[in-house]
Design a protein around this ligand. Structure first.
Ligand code: ADP
Ligand code: MG
Length: 289
């Protein structure tokens, strides 16, 4: 077989094996191998590395699409200084993803705007990047979907769907009170994941009696908490709303830049100039008496 037909044969092997990225990179890699006198092993390793990288990127993109994260937030963007009450060490430990390996849960508790959703999204993204199957939903969305499923006779399929992800984020529990049917759906989702896979739950209700108010039946709250808290990390964020903080900073900035100079400001500025010897003539003003 001559060189050309050998090359064509190799291309068709790569196409048959669906190694499109390697096929595309083949001419350049062959040329480099010749130029740099690479061994067969080095050449093959480099060519297949191209395919592996492309495949990893494609899979990650697929996992992120499935995850349905509501924002592209990353942990690197989280401003820990703004939230001193938050246990940073614990967040960093969670970011290692050991909790997903151990099927542990995370509860993020705090008032609106303190970054609960952001932290949940950041951890979910980390998990997707680490290769785990992740899904993000809100409590209201989960309940609505289960309700539809019950009506349309797809209950079992829907329960399997929520059992599937290795990490499930349920955002915003507690903003709306739950009727018993909704609570039962959520309870079943939590139960079937218990000890098998991880759940991150965010809530504005403090853990304890306040949880009872979310559900019609306080026993459901107790039973759900019991499963969730077993092997759970609880992150309490008590600081002020990041949105309000940012808003206040903006208003303050505008107030400063819009303020028209008052006579006392002009006097102070003039005093500063005089004090620093910059009165226009490079001399300190003589005493007036
Ligand atoms: P919560 O879910 O607690 O109501 P969010 O996570 O939705 O709060 O945060 C509200 C907004 O403030 C978001 O835009 C989020 O990115 C931002 N934010 C909150 N906390 C922080 C923080 N510590 N660092 C950076 N951005 C933050
Ligand atoms: Mg939120």
């Amino acid at each position: 077989m001559n060189q050309n037909s050998l090359y064509q044969q190799l291309r068709s092997h790569l196409a048959y094996l669906r190694l499109a990225a390697a096929a595309e990179a083949l001419p350049a890699h062959l040329e480099r191998a010749q130029k740099d006198k690479l061994t067969h092993t080095a050449f093959l390793e480099q060519l297949l590395a191209v395919e592996v990288t492309t495949s990893e990127q494609r899979r990650l993109a697929g996992r992120l699409r499935f995850a349905s994260l509501p924002a592209p937030w990353r942990l690197e963007d989280f401003d820990f200084d703004a939230q001193p009450s938050l246990d940073r060490k614990l967040v960093e430990d969670l970011a290692t993803m050991r909790f997903v390996e151990e099927a542990g849960n995370v509860l993020l508790v705090g008032p609106p705007g303190v970054g609960k959703t952001m932290l949940a999204v950041c951890l979910a993204r980390r998990a997707a990047e680490a290769g785990y199957r992740v899904y993000f939903t809100t409590a209201a969305e989960l309940v609505a979907r289960c309700h539809r499923a019950a009506i349309e006779g797809r209950w079992a399929t829907t329960m399997r769907f929520y059992a599937g992800p290795q990490l499930l984020v349920i955002d915003e529990l507690g903003y709306l009170a739950m009727k018993s049917e909704a609570a039962a759906a959520l309870f079943q989702v939590i139960c079937q994941r218990y000890l098998k896979s991880s759940t991150i739950l965010t809530t504005n209700r403090g853990i304890g009696p306040a949880w009872g108010q979310i559900f019609d039946d306080p026993m459901v709250a107790v039973a759900m908490l019991d499963r969730l808290l077993h092997r759970a990390a609880v992150l309490q964020i008590d600081g002020e709303s990041y949105r309000m903080r940012a808003h206040r900073a903006r208003v303050e900035h505008q107030r400063r830049s819009l303020r028209t100079p008052m006579p006392e400001d002009l006097l102070r500025d003039a005093g500063d100039l005089i004090g620093s010897g910059q009165n226009g003539e490079g001399e300190v003003a003589p005493p007036t008496h």
